[in-house]
Design a protein around this ligand. Structure first.
Ligand SMILES: *[C@@H]1O[C@H](CO)[C@@H](O)[C@H](O)[C@H]1NC(C)=O
Ligand SMILES: *[C@@H]1O[C@H](CO)[C@@H](O)[C@H](O)[C@H]1NC(C)=O
Ligand SMILES: *[C@@H]1O[C@H](CO)[C@@H](O)[C@H](O)[C@H]1NC(C)=O
Ligand SMILES: *[C@@H]1O[C@H](CO)[C@@H](O)[C@H](O)[C@H]1NC(C)=O
Ligand SMILES: *[C@@H]1O[C@H](CO)[C@@H](O)[C@H](O)[C@H]1NC(C)=O
Ligand SMILES: *[C@@H]1O[C@H](CO)[C@@H](O)[C@H](O)[C@H]1NC(C)=O
Length: 396
Protein backbone atom coordinates (compact mmCIF):
# COMPACT_ATOMS: atom_id res chain seq x y z
CA UNK A 1 0.00 0.00 0.00
CA UNK A 2 1.20 3.49 0.57
CA UNK A 3 4.50 3.67 2.36
CA UNK A 4 4.08 7.41 2.90
CA UNK A 5 1.38 6.90 5.42
CA UNK A 6 4.24 6.00 7.74
CA UNK A 7 5.09 9.63 8.19
CA UNK A 8 2.01 10.06 10.27
CA UNK A 9 2.37 6.76 12.01
CA UNK A 10 5.88 7.56 13.18
CA UNK A 11 4.47 9.85 15.83
CA UNK A 12 1.76 7.44 16.93
CA UNK A 13 1.68 5.07 19.84
CA UNK A 14 1.78 1.92 17.79
CA UNK A 15 5.21 1.86 16.24
CA UNK A 16 7.54 -0.33 14.30
CA UNK A 17 11.07 -0.67 15.71
CA UNK A 18 14.21 -2.58 14.67
CA UNK A 19 13.32 -5.32 17.14
CA UNK A 20 9.63 -5.41 16.28
CA UNK A 21 8.78 -6.05 12.64
CA UNK A 22 5.37 -6.41 11.00
CA UNK A 23 4.58 -9.73 9.41
CA UNK A 24 1.67 -10.22 7.01
CA UNK A 25 -1.24 -10.12 8.07
CA UNK A 26 -0.31 -7.90 11.06
CA UNK A 27 -1.10 -4.21 10.86
CA UNK A 28 -0.39 -1.21 13.01
CA UNK A 29 -2.93 1.55 13.42
CA UNK A 30 -2.12 5.17 14.09
CA UNK A 31 -3.15 6.75 17.35
CA UNK A 32 -6.03 8.70 15.82
CA UNK A 33 -7.25 5.62 13.97
CA UNK A 34 -6.95 7.23 10.55
CA UNK A 35 -3.98 5.38 9.09
CA UNK A 36 -3.36 1.67 8.89
CA UNK A 37 -0.03 0.15 7.86
CA UNK A 38 0.40 -3.40 6.69
CA UNK A 39 0.17 -5.62 3.64
CA UNK A 40 -2.86 -5.08 1.44
CA UNK A 41 -4.16 -7.28 -1.31
CA UNK A 42 -5.26 -5.39 -4.38
CA UNK A 43 -7.72 -6.90 -6.82
CA UNK A 44 -5.04 -8.97 -8.51
CA UNK A 45 -1.87 -8.54 -6.49
CA UNK A 46 -0.54 -8.21 -2.96
CA UNK A 47 1.49 -5.12 -3.28
CA UNK A 48 3.31 -2.87 -0.87
CA UNK A 49 5.82 -2.30 -3.58
CA UNK A 50 4.91 -0.90 -6.95
CA UNK A 51 7.15 -2.29 -9.63
CA UNK A 52 8.35 -5.43 -7.77
CA UNK A 53 5.24 -6.80 -6.14
CA UNK A 54 5.18 -9.30 -3.33
CA UNK A 55 3.42 -12.35 -4.75
CA UNK A 56 2.37 -14.18 -1.57
CA UNK A 57 1.68 -13.53 2.10
CA UNK A 58 5.25 -14.01 3.31
CA UNK A 59 5.97 -10.27 3.56
CA UNK A 60 7.90 -8.78 6.44
CA UNK A 61 8.30 -5.07 7.11
CA UNK A 62 11.30 -4.19 9.28
CA UNK A 63 13.59 -1.35 10.16
CA UNK A 64 17.11 -2.23 9.08
CA UNK A 65 20.33 -1.50 11.00
CA UNK A 66 20.89 1.73 9.06
CA UNK A 67 17.41 2.95 9.98
CA UNK A 68 15.76 2.23 6.66
CA UNK A 69 12.36 0.67 6.29
CA UNK A 70 12.65 -2.60 4.38
CA UNK A 71 10.10 -4.96 2.82
CA UNK A 72 11.37 -8.49 2.32
CA UNK A 73 9.80 -11.80 1.34
CA UNK A 74 9.93 -15.23 2.99
CA UNK A 75 13.38 -15.88 1.47
CA UNK A 76 14.76 -12.74 3.12
CA UNK A 77 15.14 -11.08 -0.29
CA UNK A 78 14.77 -7.32 -0.10
CA UNK A 79 11.95 -6.17 -2.38
CA UNK A 80 11.81 -2.55 -1.35
CA UNK A 81 13.79 -0.24 0.87
CA UNK A 82 13.10 3.34 1.86
CA UNK A 83 16.79 3.71 0.93
CA UNK A 84 17.19 6.98 2.74
CA UNK A 85 20.56 8.53 2.11
CA UNK A 86 21.73 12.10 1.84
CA UNK A 87 21.36 12.02 -1.92
CA UNK A 88 17.83 13.41 -1.89
CA UNK A 89 17.77 17.09 -2.87
CA UNK A 90 18.51 18.78 0.38
CA UNK A 91 15.72 21.27 0.84
CA UNK A 92 16.34 24.06 3.29
CA UNK A 93 14.63 23.42 6.60
CA UNK A 94 11.45 25.36 7.17
CA UNK A 95 9.47 23.17 9.48
CA UNK A 96 9.39 24.52 12.98
CA UNK A 97 8.15 21.50 14.77
CA UNK A 98 7.50 18.46 12.62
CA UNK A 99 10.00 15.69 11.82
CA UNK A 100 11.14 15.82 8.22
CA UNK A 101 11.76 12.40 6.73
CA UNK A 102 13.11 12.09 3.18
CA UNK A 103 11.52 9.82 0.62
CA UNK A 104 12.92 9.16 -2.83
CA UNK A 105 9.88 7.39 -4.22
CA UNK A 106 6.71 8.99 -2.92
CA UNK A 107 4.37 6.91 -5.14
CA UNK A 108 1.09 8.65 -5.99
CA UNK A 109 0.32 10.41 -2.71
CA UNK A 110 1.30 13.77 -1.37
CA UNK A 111 0.90 14.13 2.35
CA UNK A 112 1.75 16.84 4.78
CA UNK A 113 5.41 17.73 5.27
CA UNK A 114 6.40 15.68 2.25
CA UNK A 115 8.60 17.41 -0.27
CA UNK A 116 8.39 17.46 -4.04
CA UNK A 117 11.67 18.75 -5.37
CA UNK A 118 13.84 19.30 -8.39
CA UNK A 119 17.58 19.75 -8.15
CA UNK A 120 18.47 21.25 -11.50
CA UNK A 121 22.22 21.07 -10.97
CA UNK A 122 22.32 17.38 -10.09
CA UNK A 123 19.39 16.52 -12.36
CA UNK A 124 17.57 14.88 -9.45
CA UNK A 125 13.85 14.90 -8.92
CA UNK A 126 11.36 13.70 -6.37
CA UNK A 127 7.91 13.60 -7.94
CA UNK A 128 4.64 11.73 -7.63
CA UNK A 129 3.89 8.98 -10.12
CA UNK A 130 0.41 7.87 -10.99
CA UNK A 131 -0.62 4.23 -10.73
CA UNK A 132 -1.42 2.34 -13.94
CA UNK A 133 -4.94 1.83 -12.72
CA UNK A 134 -6.91 1.87 -9.49
CA UNK A 135 -5.67 -1.62 -8.61
CA UNK A 136 -2.28 -1.60 -10.32
CA UNK A 137 0.34 0.45 -8.46
CA UNK A 138 3.04 0.10 -11.10
CA UNK A 139 4.01 3.38 -12.76
CA UNK A 140 1.31 4.94 -14.94
CA UNK A 141 1.45 7.72 -17.54
CA UNK A 142 1.41 10.76 -15.24
CA UNK A 143 3.83 12.44 -12.88
CA UNK A 144 3.48 15.47 -10.65
CA UNK A 145 6.55 17.51 -10.02
CA UNK A 146 7.99 20.88 -9.50
CA UNK A 147 9.62 22.82 -12.34
CA UNK A 148 11.91 25.75 -11.66
CA UNK A 149 11.43 27.15 -15.23
CA UNK A 150 12.31 30.85 -14.98
CA UNK A 151 9.67 31.23 -12.29
CA UNK A 152 8.79 27.98 -10.47
CA UNK A 153 5.51 26.14 -11.07
CA UNK A 154 3.96 22.86 -10.01
CA UNK A 155 3.15 20.72 -13.04
CA UNK A 156 1.63 17.40 -14.06
CA UNK A 157 3.17 15.65 -17.06
CA UNK A 158 1.59 12.99 -19.25
CA UNK A 159 4.57 10.92 -20.32
CA UNK A 160 6.95 13.81 -21.00
CA UNK A 161 4.38 16.35 -22.17
CA UNK A 162 3.01 19.18 -20.02
CA UNK A 163 -0.54 18.25 -18.99
CA UNK A 164 -1.41 20.68 -16.20
CA UNK A 165 0.28 23.69 -14.64
CA UNK A 166 -0.36 25.67 -11.48
CA UNK A 167 0.91 28.98 -12.85
CA UNK A 168 3.94 30.74 -11.37
CA UNK A 169 4.65 30.74 -7.63
CA UNK A 170 4.67 34.32 -6.31
CA UNK A 171 5.93 33.62 -2.82
CA UNK A 172 2.44 33.07 -1.39
CA UNK A 173 0.37 31.25 -3.97
CA UNK A 174 0.41 29.63 -7.39
CA UNK A 175 -1.24 32.39 -9.40
CA UNK A 176 -2.90 30.00 -11.88
CA UNK A 177 -4.87 27.90 -9.37
CA UNK A 178 -8.55 28.72 -9.19
CA UNK A 179 -9.04 27.81 -5.56
CA UNK A 180 -5.69 28.94 -4.26
CA UNK A 181 -7.24 31.67 -2.16
CA UNK A 182 -9.45 29.36 -0.20
CA UNK A 183 -8.20 28.15 3.12
CA UNK A 184 -7.73 24.46 2.51
CA UNK A 185 -5.00 25.09 -0.03
CA UNK A 186 -3.06 27.33 2.28
CA UNK A 187 -0.03 25.76 3.80
CA UNK A 188 1.99 25.26 0.63
CA UNK A 189 5.57 26.41 0.86
CA UNK A 190 8.03 26.72 -2.00
CA UNK A 191 11.65 27.15 -1.12
CA UNK A 192 14.29 28.51 -3.45
CA UNK A 193 17.39 29.75 -1.71
CA UNK A 194 19.04 30.71 -4.96
CA UNK A 195 18.90 29.50 -8.58
CA UNK A 196 21.54 26.84 -7.91
CA UNK A 197 19.62 25.35 -5.01
CA UNK A 198 16.99 22.70 -5.51
CA UNK A 199 13.44 23.92 -5.49
CA UNK A 200 11.13 22.19 -3.11
CA UNK A 201 7.41 22.26 -2.58
CA UNK A 202 5.76 21.07 0.57
CA UNK A 203 2.47 21.42 2.35
CA UNK A 204 1.94 21.79 6.03
CA UNK A 205 -0.76 22.99 8.36
CA UNK A 206 0.40 24.35 11.66
CA UNK A 207 -2.18 22.30 13.46
CA UNK A 208 -2.83 18.61 13.76
CA UNK A 209 -6.59 19.12 13.70
CA UNK A 210 -6.65 19.18 9.87
CA UNK A 211 -5.73 15.97 8.09
CA UNK A 212 -5.26 16.28 4.38
CA UNK A 213 -3.58 14.37 1.58
CA UNK A 214 -3.41 14.56 -2.19
CA UNK A 215 -3.41 11.79 -4.74
CA UNK A 216 -2.38 11.79 -8.39
CA UNK A 217 -4.87 9.33 -9.89
CA UNK A 218 -4.27 7.10 -12.89
CA UNK A 219 -6.09 9.60 -15.18
CA UNK A 220 -3.68 12.39 -14.26
CA UNK A 221 -6.02 14.19 -11.87
CA UNK A 222 -4.58 15.52 -8.60
CA UNK A 223 -7.24 15.23 -5.92
CA UNK A 224 -7.00 16.67 -2.42
CA UNK A 225 -8.87 14.88 0.32
CA UNK A 226 -9.58 16.04 3.81
CA UNK A 227 -10.40 13.81 6.77
CA UNK A 228 -13.88 14.39 8.10
CA UNK A 229 -13.79 13.14 11.68
CA UNK A 230 -17.58 13.38 11.98
CA UNK A 231 -18.17 11.18 8.97
CA UNK A 232 -15.07 9.06 9.60
CA UNK A 233 -14.16 9.37 5.96
CA UNK A 234 -12.01 11.23 3.43
CA UNK A 235 -13.86 13.99 1.53
CA UNK A 236 -12.69 15.26 -1.88
CA UNK A 237 -11.86 18.95 -1.59
CA UNK A 238 -10.02 19.89 -4.75
CA UNK A 239 -9.37 18.47 -8.18
CA UNK A 240 -6.78 19.74 -10.66
CA UNK A 241 -9.15 18.72 -13.47
CA UNK A 242 -12.51 20.46 -13.42
CA UNK A 243 -12.97 21.38 -17.06
CA UNK A 244 -11.04 20.83 -20.31
CA UNK A 245 -9.51 24.28 -19.73
CA UNK A 246 -7.40 22.68 -17.00
CA UNK A 247 -5.62 20.66 -19.68
CA UNK A 248 -2.43 22.45 -20.68
CA UNK A 249 -2.65 24.37 -23.97
CA UNK A 250 -6.15 23.08 -24.76
CA UNK A 251 -6.87 25.96 -27.18
CA UNK A 252 -3.41 26.11 -28.74
CA UNK A 253 -1.18 29.17 -29.23
CA UNK A 254 -2.91 32.54 -28.67
CA UNK A 255 -6.17 30.74 -27.83
CA UNK A 256 -8.27 31.49 -24.73
CA UNK A 257 -10.02 28.63 -22.99
CA UNK A 258 -13.26 29.58 -21.23
CA UNK A 259 -15.35 26.66 -20.05
CA UNK A 260 -18.40 28.88 -19.53
CA UNK A 261 -18.45 29.71 -23.25
CA UNK A 262 -19.65 27.76 -26.25
CA UNK A 263 -17.40 27.01 -28.10
CA UNK A 264 -14.89 26.65 -25.30
CA UNK A 265 -11.98 28.08 -27.34
CA UNK A 266 -11.62 31.51 -28.89
CA UNK A 267 -8.73 33.53 -30.27
CA UNK A 268 -7.29 36.55 -28.53
CA UNK A 269 -8.52 39.84 -29.97
CA UNK A 270 -6.97 40.57 -33.39
CA UNK A 271 -5.97 36.90 -33.78
CA UNK A 272 -7.68 34.32 -36.01
CA UNK A 273 -7.70 30.51 -36.13
CA UNK A 274 -4.69 29.20 -37.99
CA UNK A 275 -6.82 26.49 -39.58
CA UNK A 276 -10.48 27.54 -39.83
CA UNK A 277 -11.64 24.13 -40.99
CA UNK A 278 -10.03 22.24 -38.06
CA UNK A 279 -11.08 24.93 -35.60
CA UNK A 280 -14.74 24.76 -36.64
CA UNK A 281 -14.65 21.00 -36.08
CA UNK A 282 -13.48 21.59 -32.52
CA UNK A 283 -9.85 20.65 -33.10
CA UNK A 284 -8.11 23.57 -31.37
CA UNK A 285 -4.56 22.28 -31.50
CA UNK A 286 -3.26 24.61 -34.25
CA UNK A 287 -4.26 27.72 -32.28
CA UNK A 288 -4.43 31.25 -33.63
CA UNK A 289 -2.24 33.76 -35.44
CA UNK A 290 -1.90 37.54 -35.48
CA UNK A 291 -3.93 39.02 -38.34
CA UNK A 292 -2.38 42.50 -38.43
CA UNK A 293 1.34 42.89 -37.74
CA UNK A 294 2.40 45.30 -35.03
CA UNK A 295 3.49 48.71 -36.19
CA UNK A 296 6.97 47.99 -34.82
CA UNK A 297 7.16 44.80 -36.92
CA UNK A 298 6.20 46.71 -40.06
CA UNK A 299 8.64 49.49 -39.30
CA UNK A 300 11.39 46.95 -38.72
CA UNK A 301 10.67 45.29 -42.06
CA UNK A 302 10.82 48.70 -43.68
CA UNK A 303 14.23 49.45 -42.19
CA UNK A 304 13.04 52.40 -40.13
CA UNK A 305 12.43 50.69 -36.77
CA UNK A 306 11.01 53.90 -35.37
CA UNK A 307 7.34 54.54 -34.66
CA UNK A 308 5.40 52.30 -32.30
CA UNK A 309 2.74 54.94 -31.93
CA UNK A 310 -0.11 52.74 -33.05
CA UNK A 311 0.77 49.73 -30.91
CA UNK A 312 -1.14 49.40 -27.70
CA UNK A 313 -2.28 46.93 -25.11
CA UNK A 314 -5.35 44.88 -24.41
CA UNK A 315 -5.96 44.28 -20.75
CA UNK A 316 -7.52 41.06 -19.59
CA UNK A 317 -8.47 40.63 -15.96
CA UNK A 318 -8.56 37.49 -13.84
CA UNK A 319 -6.56 35.33 -16.20
CA UNK A 320 -4.28 32.37 -15.82
CA UNK A 321 -1.08 33.72 -17.35
CA UNK A 322 0.58 31.78 -20.18
CA UNK A 323 3.49 29.40 -19.73
CA UNK A 324 7.19 30.43 -19.72
CA UNK A 325 7.26 34.04 -18.51
CA UNK A 326 10.66 35.75 -18.29
CA UNK A 327 11.17 37.71 -15.09
CA UNK A 328 12.55 41.22 -15.37
CA UNK A 329 13.86 43.28 -12.49
CA UNK A 330 12.19 46.51 -13.57
CA UNK A 331 9.52 48.14 -11.42
CA UNK A 332 5.79 47.97 -12.03
CA UNK A 333 5.77 51.33 -13.83
CA UNK A 334 8.61 50.29 -16.15
CA UNK A 335 7.24 46.83 -16.99
CA UNK A 336 5.01 48.17 -19.74
CA UNK A 337 7.82 50.29 -21.25
CA UNK A 338 10.17 47.33 -21.20
CA UNK A 339 7.68 45.34 -23.28
CA UNK A 340 6.76 48.26 -25.54
CA UNK A 341 10.41 48.93 -26.36
CA UNK A 342 11.01 45.39 -27.59
CA UNK A 343 9.13 44.23 -30.63
CA UNK A 344 9.63 40.54 -29.66
CA UNK A 345 7.73 41.12 -26.43
CA UNK A 346 4.17 39.87 -26.88
CA UNK A 347 2.85 40.35 -23.38
CA UNK A 348 3.66 41.45 -19.87
CA UNK A 349 2.18 41.11 -16.43
CA UNK A 350 3.10 42.40 -13.03
CA UNK A 351 2.66 40.62 -9.74
CA UNK A 352 3.78 42.11 -6.45
CA UNK A 353 5.46 38.87 -5.41
CA UNK A 354 7.15 38.04 -8.71
CA UNK A 355 7.63 41.50 -10.23
CA UNK A 356 7.60 42.16 -13.96
CA UNK A 357 7.00 39.16 -16.28
CA UNK A 358 7.54 39.33 -20.04
CA UNK A 359 6.53 36.90 -22.76
CA UNK A 360 7.88 36.37 -26.25
CA UNK A 361 6.87 33.82 -28.90
CA UNK A 362 3.59 31.92 -28.63
CA UNK A 363 1.25 32.51 -25.69
CA UNK A 364 0.00 29.14 -24.50
CA UNK A 365 -2.44 28.13 -21.75
CA UNK A 366 -4.51 31.25 -21.11
CA UNK A 367 -7.85 30.95 -19.36
CA UNK A 368 -10.06 33.01 -17.06
CA UNK A 369 -9.85 32.25 -13.35
CA UNK A 370 -13.00 33.06 -11.46
CA UNK A 371 -11.30 33.90 -8.18
CA UNK A 372 -8.05 35.29 -9.51
CA UNK A 373 -6.94 38.79 -8.71
CA UNK A 374 -4.63 38.71 -11.69
CA UNK A 375 -5.03 40.92 -14.74
CA UNK A 376 -3.75 40.22 -18.21
CA UNK A 377 -3.16 42.95 -20.77
CA UNK A 378 -2.73 42.49 -24.49
CA UNK A 379 -0.69 44.56 -26.88
CA UNK A 380 -2.93 45.81 -29.68
CA UNK A 381 -2.40 48.01 -32.65
CA UNK A 382 -4.89 50.52 -31.40
CA UNK A 383 -4.55 50.85 -27.73
CA UNK A 384 -7.38 49.79 -25.49
CA UNK A 385 -6.77 51.62 -22.26
CA UNK A 386 -7.31 50.00 -18.95
CA UNK A 387 -6.24 50.15 -15.37
CA UNK A 388 -2.95 48.29 -15.45
CA UNK A 389 -2.60 47.07 -11.90
CA UNK A 390 -1.33 43.53 -12.11
CA UNK A 391 -1.63 42.98 -15.75
CA UNK A 392 -0.48 40.87 -18.60
CA UNK A 393 0.15 42.82 -21.74
CA UNK A 394 -0.22 41.19 -25.09
CA UNK A 395 1.50 43.04 -27.88
CA UNK A 396 -0.78 42.79 -30.90
C1 LIG B 1 -7.46 -8.39 -12.66
O1 LIG B 1 -7.95 -9.70 -12.89
C2 LIG B 1 -9.15 -9.74 -13.65
C3 LIG B 1 -9.63 -11.19 -13.69
O2 LIG B 1 -8.54 -12.05 -13.90
C4 LIG B 1 -8.87 -9.17 -15.06
O3 LIG B 1 -10.04 -9.17 -15.85
C5 LIG B 1 -8.37 -7.73 -14.92
O4 LIG B 1 -8.01 -7.22 -16.19
C6 LIG B 1 -7.15 -7.67 -13.99
N1 LIG B 1 -6.82 -6.29 -13.74
C7 LIG B 1 -5.56 -5.85 -13.87
C8 LIG B 1 -5.37 -4.41 -13.57
O5 LIG B 1 -4.61 -6.57 -14.17
C1 LIG C 1 19.54 2.99 -3.01
O1 LIG C 1 19.78 4.22 -3.73
C2 LIG C 1 21.00 4.21 -4.45
C3 LIG C 1 21.22 5.59 -5.02
O2 LIG C 1 20.04 6.08 -5.61
C4 LIG C 1 20.94 3.12 -5.53
O3 LIG C 1 22.14 3.09 -6.26
C5 LIG C 1 20.69 1.76 -4.85
O4 LIG C 1 20.53 0.77 -5.83
C6 LIG C 1 19.44 1.82 -3.96
N1 LIG C 1 19.30 0.57 -3.20
C7 LIG C 1 18.15 -0.10 -3.07
C8 LIG C 1 18.18 -1.31 -2.22
O5 LIG C 1 17.09 0.29 -3.60
C1 LIG D 1 -0.93 5.34 -21.10
O1 LIG D 1 -0.59 5.80 -22.41
C2 LIG D 1 -0.71 4.78 -23.40
C3 LIG D 1 -0.19 5.33 -24.70
O2 LIG D 1 -0.50 6.70 -24.84
C4 LIG D 1 -2.17 4.31 -23.49
O3 LIG D 1 -2.30 3.28 -24.44
C5 LIG D 1 -2.61 3.81 -22.11
O4 LIG D 1 -3.99 3.48 -22.15
C6 LIG D 1 -2.39 4.87 -21.05
N1 LIG D 1 -2.67 4.32 -19.73
C7 LIG D 1 -3.54 4.87 -18.89
C8 LIG D 1 -3.69 4.20 -17.57
O5 LIG D 1 -4.19 5.87 -19.18
C1 LIG E 1 -6.11 18.07 -34.96
O1 LIG E 1 -5.24 18.81 -35.78
C2 LIG E 1 -3.88 18.42 -35.71
C3 LIG E 1 -3.05 19.43 -36.52
O2 LIG E 1 -3.50 19.52 -37.84
C4 LIG E 1 -3.74 16.98 -36.21
O3 LIG E 1 -2.39 16.59 -36.10
C5 LIG E 1 -4.61 16.09 -35.33
O4 LIG E 1 -4.58 14.77 -35.82
C6 LIG E 1 -6.02 16.60 -35.29
N1 LIG E 1 -6.78 15.84 -34.30
C7 LIG E 1 -7.95 15.29 -34.57
C8 LIG E 1 -8.58 14.55 -33.43
O5 LIG E 1 -8.48 15.36 -35.65
C1 LIG F 1 7.69 51.44 -45.99
O1 LIG F 1 7.77 52.85 -45.85
C2 LIG F 1 7.27 53.55 -46.96
C3 LIG F 1 7.52 55.04 -46.73
O2 LIG F 1 7.16 55.45 -45.44
C4 LIG F 1 5.77 53.24 -47.12
O3 LIG F 1 5.23 53.95 -48.25
C5 LIG F 1 5.61 51.75 -47.31
O4 LIG F 1 4.20 51.44 -47.34
C6 LIG F 1 6.25 50.98 -46.14
N1 LIG F 1 6.23 49.55 -46.41
C7 LIG F 1 5.72 48.67 -45.53
C8 LIG F 1 5.79 47.25 -45.95
O5 LIG F 1 5.23 49.00 -44.47
C1 LIG G 1 13.82 41.56 -26.67
O1 LIG G 1 13.13 40.40 -26.20
C2 LIG G 1 13.77 39.19 -26.58
C3 LIG G 1 12.85 38.06 -26.16
O2 LIG G 1 12.52 38.16 -24.81
C4 LIG G 1 15.14 39.12 -25.96
O3 LIG G 1 15.78 37.91 -26.36
C5 LIG G 1 15.98 40.31 -26.41
O4 LIG G 1 17.22 40.31 -25.74
C6 LIG G 1 15.25 41.61 -26.10
N1 LIG G 1 15.98 42.72 -26.69
C7 LIG G 1 16.30 43.81 -26.01
C8 LIG G 1 17.04 44.88 -26.74
O5 LIG G 1 15.99 43.94 -24.82
Amino acid sequence: FNILLLLTISTALNTITPSKSIKDPDVIISQNGVFRLGFFSLANSSNPNRNRPLKDSSGILTISDDGNLVVSNGKAEILWSSNVTNTVPNCPAFSLWKPRPHFEDPSNAFIETMKISTDVKKGRKVDLKSWKSIDDPSDGNFSLGFEPFNIPEGIIRKKNQLYFRTGPWNGYTFIGLINMYTSYLQGFVVVADNPQQPYCMTHEFYTDSILIYGELDSQGKFIERRWDAGKGNWINKYSSYQTDCDVYGYCGAFGICDSSKQPICSCLKRFKPRNIEEWSRGNWSSGCFRTTPLQCQRDNNNGSGAGQGDDGFLEMKNMKVPVFPHPSSVSNGECKDQCMKNCSCVAYAYDDGIGCMLWSGDLIDISPLAESIFTFVCHLRNSIKGNILRSLLLQQ
